[in-house]
Design a protein around this ligand. Sequence first.
Ligand code: GLY
Length: 360
Amino acid sequence: LAGGTVDLLEKYGFRVFGPKREAAKIEWDKKWSREFMQRHNIPHPNFRYFENEKDGEQYVRDQYSKDPNKLIYIKAAGLCSGKGALKSTNLDEALENIKQMKKFPDEAGRTFLVEEGIEGEEFSYYAISDGKTYKTFKSAQDNKTLLNFDKGPQTGGMGVISPAMVTSSLEKEIEDHQISKALLGMIEEQNPYIGILYLGGIIANGEPINIEYNARWGDPECQAILPSIQIDYLEIVNSCLEGKLNELDIRQDNKTRVCAVGASKGYPINHSKINGKRIFGIDEVLEMEGINFFGAGIDVVDGKFYANGGRLFSIVAEGENILDAKERAYSAMDRISIEGNNLHYRTDIGWRDIERFRRL
Ligand code: GLY
C-alpha cells in the first residue's frame, strides 16, 4: 500500500480493494498520522518529532530530568515491520533507542517521534470503509510477546482473542473518537479512505487512546475475527468498491474465539534451522469441529507439511465463552508437533479475559 499498489492497479483497470498510497499514509508516515490525529481531535499520546538526533537527545534529557523513570517510546516515522517503536524507562535507554533509529532500513527512522508512554490494556479494533461510510467488526486483543504473561521479545503476535472484554463497555467511545473521526477526517481532507482501518489502542483510565492506525487487517487478529462474519467477505469487499457499504448488514456471530499461533523454536531471533522439518498432526486438526487452521510459514510437499518460517500457523477455536474456546484451541494445538520437538507456542492466550471471566 505504501508503494502505491492500489494506485497502480487501478490505473491499469483492475478492481482492487485497499487504500491508495496517500490514504495509507495513516500507517506509513507516523508523523503525518499523529498530526492528523491532532487536527481531528483524536485522543493520542503527547509526542514531538525530530529530524536531528541531537535535538531528540536534548528533548529526552529534559524529560528525564523531570522524571528519571518516565515511560517514553522512540518511534521511527517510517515502516519497520512492526519493530520501529522502542520502549525506554530511563535516559540511557532513550539515548540508545535514538541511536537505533539510524539502523532501520530505507531510512525509516530518519524522522522519529518521542512519545509519552501510556499505561493500560491494549486492544485492536477494525472498520471497513468505502470512503463514505463504515462498518465495524468485533474487537480483539493480541498477545504480542513470545512468552506467557507478556514476557520475552516482541513478535508479530503469538495469539489473540475476539471479542476482547476490555472494550465491551467502550465500543461507542472507540467508534466516535477513534474510528468515525478518522474516516470523516480523511473525507474532509479530500483523501478518502477505502479499505480496512486497524486501530491499535490502549485503554488508559477508562479512555481509549490511539497507539497507531494501520491500513490493513492485523495478523493474527484477522484469523479470529473473519470466521465470525455470517456473510461472504467478498460481498463486503464488493459493496465497498461499489460505494454501497451502507446497504449491507455485516452479521457476526456471538461466539468467542481464541487463536493460538504455532512458531518454530528460536523465533523471532534464530529459527531458520527449523526450516524443512516435518510438521505432524495438521490433517487431524483440519478434521476437528469448530476449529479453523490457517497456514503461514508452511511448505506442502506431496501432501506432507514442513516448517518454513517463524510463525508457522494459527489455530482458531470458537466457543460459547473464553474458557470453552481456549480449551478447544489447545486441544487442537496438542495434536501438532514438529520433528525434533521444535514447536513453540504460548499456553496462556487470552489470560486477561480468562481472569475476568472467572471473576464474573
Ligand atoms: N497483530 C499486530 C499486527 O498485525 O500488526
